[in-house]
Design a protein around this ligand. Structure first.
Ligand SMILES: [Zn+2]
Length: 295
């Protein structure tokens, strides 16, 4: 049996010339890992499932193309039909990865981690909150109730914090650059603000301590790990200074500490000037996932 992962890279959105969203990384990642794993197309999640988490009025504006200019500016992506299809499939990939994780211990979506999407807002390249929608669906199906979110994207997970922060059966941890977007925060259960330029050793020490706190709030039925590539030292949007080796140690540490909990790994951000650097980091994460799946 080969390990299955999910991708929605074929739904490419039209972007203006020079746009910063790294749309090419998804297809490049699929090509890079194609020999190692089975890559399946992510299915679009039904609107009713999105409505378990997101406000109906927001979903209606997204569905019908009625997002205001201001909303589209906050999202950072122009509205199009394929943007919506892509967003629904990105959530579908995380749902599928969760199904794989519950059956086999760990699963991965080659997308997702759209943590800036909140109940009533879509911003920061994030249309729907894949982790929150997936957790809601697992609960409806009686497959999981208590969840921990380990968000290691360089940006604070404000959307996830809004939805899951007040949820007594979910613990949201976010470890991020103190001076990175979003500049108005919604508090997570635990936020770790790291100074600009934080390197491998200091980062890993802070992560270790934060995982101690998060896991003490357990037990958990499911874990979500946002393995953002943007804490990398060369990232255009991140202000931290981790090396590729340090990011790999980060992945190993998180996956070791979450052992025993079905774990869903999602990509989140990555804005290296050369997308192949982001793909290196994402592929190394998959390597760690496969190592944990094998043991
Ligand atoms: Zn990010």
């Amino acid at each position: 049996m080969t390990f299955e992962v999910y991708s929605h890279d074929r739904w490419t959105i039209p972007l203006p010339e020079g746009h910063r969203f790294p749309i090419s990384k998804y297809g490049l990642l699929r090509e890079r890992v194609a020999g190692l794993v089975t890559v399946r197309e992510s299915e679009p999640v039904p609107w009713q499932w999105l409505a378990r988490v997101h406000e109906e009025a927001l979903l209606e504006r997204i569905r019908t193309g009625q997002m205001s200019t201001r909303e589209q500016r906050g999202l950072g992506l122009p509205w199009s039909e394929v943007l919506v299809e892509r967003g629904r499939r990105s959530v579908g990939g995380t749902l599928a990865a969760a199904g794989w994780a519950l059956a086999h211990g760990i699963g991965m979506n080659l997308g997702g981690g759209t943590h800036h999407a909140g109940r009533d807002f879509a911003r920061g390249y994030c249309l729907f909150n894949d982790v929150a929608v997936t957790l809601a669906q697992l609960r409806v199906e009686g497959l999981a109730q208590r969840a921990v979110v380990v968000d290691c994207d360089v940006h604070q997970g404000d959307g996830t914090a809004q939805i899951l922060g007040p949820d007594p059966d979910a613990f949201a941890l976010s470890l991020h650059g103190a001076r990175n977007y979003p500049f108005q925060r919604i508090p997570s259960d635990l936020d770790v603000d790291l100074p600009s330029g934080t390197g491998d050793d200091d980062y890993l020490g802070e992560l270790e301590g934060a995982l101690d706190v998060a896991l003490a709030a357990g037990p958990f039925d499911v874990a979500f790990y946002l393995a953002g590539a943007d804490p990398w030292e060369g990232d255009r949007l991140g202000r931290l200074s981790l090396t590729k080796a340090g990011l790999r140690l980060r992945d190993e540490l998180v996956l070791a500490r979450l052992r025993g909990i079905p774990t869903v790994v999602v990509l989140a951000g990555g804005y290296a000037p050369d997308p192949s650097d982001t793909v290196d980091i994402n592929a190394a994460t998959l390597d760690c996932v496969l190592a944990r799946a094998a043991n």
